[in-house]
Design a protein around this ligand. Structure first.
Ligand SMILES: [Mn+2]
Length: 259
């Protein structure tokens, strides 16, 4: 089976893109590779923890061509140790999306999820999403999601994840937890490991005392031959400026929603 891959990215240099292309070409299974920027959205949808690019998954029909009828969305903070072809063939039982339940929420998070009208048994993690794109387009999901955002609080703790869960509530196919295993102490074999919490693998300084999953991420990185390049000062400055603008937009939005 061959794979067509779209990388939703901002600020990857030419040389980084080339390194990634060479890495995937070495598998002999790459059909095509595309580097695409995220479509635009209002700045105030971002927050301190989740940049605007996290929302790109709700605009998937603007990113992928019309002839793509099914796709798997995968976050950046994962280590895939299972055959995604098996996930791609999983039955969605008439649902637009399939996801893994976001179990193990802390008490304060459970209360927050409750404020959205959801429970631990109806709140899914959006780090890995199996999507029926034909149905998504037919039901005009992007337009519906964007319209629904306006009726939710300005501050969403888990941004796109909250909106997706509220919007698709009651019609999400529940996937086996191995497709989005949020446990850095687990091993990747047979799983999609999702480093949803902290630290992120790229924030770990000393892997010798890190959890097994994180150590395996480092081994995979070393095998890939990809440089772990520092973010340039220019890029940091640009991100800082964008962060300030977004913070300003959020303040205005909060003010407007209170008057
Ligand atoms: Mn993630």
């Amino acid at each position: 089976m061959s794979v067509e891959l779209w990388v939703i990215q901002q600020g990857l240099s030419r040389s980084q893109q080339l390194q990634l292309r060479e890495l995937w070409e070495r598998t002999g299974k790459l059909e095509a590779l595309h580097f695409v920027p995220p479509p635009r959205l209002p700045g105030w949808w971002a927050n301190r923890h989740y940049p605007l690019i996290a929302w790109a998954r709700i605009q998937i029909d603007l990113i992928l061509p019309r002839n793509v009828s099914r796709c798997i969305y995968v976050d950046i903070d994962v280590l895939v140790g299972a055959d995604l072809a098996e996930l791609a063939a999983t039955e969605l039982s008439g649902c637009v999306l399939g996801m893994v339940l976001n179990t193990g929420l802390a008490q304060k998070d459970l209360e927050y999820v409750g404020s959205l009208g959801l429970t631990e048994d109806s709140y899914y993690n959006t780090g890995v999403v199996l999507m029926d794109l034909d149905r998504w387009r037919r039901e005009r999901a992007r337009e519906g999601l964007i319209a629904r955002r306006d009726s939710l609080p300005v501050d969403l703790w888990f941004v796109d994840q909250d909106l997706i869960n509220v919007y698709f509530a009651g019609c999400i196919a529940s996937l086996d937890k191995r497709w989005n295993l949020r446990d850095a102490a687990a091993v990747p074999e047979g799983n999609v490991l999702h480093f949803a919490g902290r630290p992120k693998p790229w924030e770990v300084e000393d892997f010798s005392s890190a959890l097994p999953g994180l150590r395996r991420w480092k081994e995979a990185l070393d095998r890939s031959g990809i440089d772990r390049t520092e973010v340039s000062t220019w890029r940091r400055a640009m991100d800082g400026a964008a962060g300030l603008r977004i913070h300003g937009e959020r303040l205005v939005r909060r003010y407007l929603s209170n008057v």
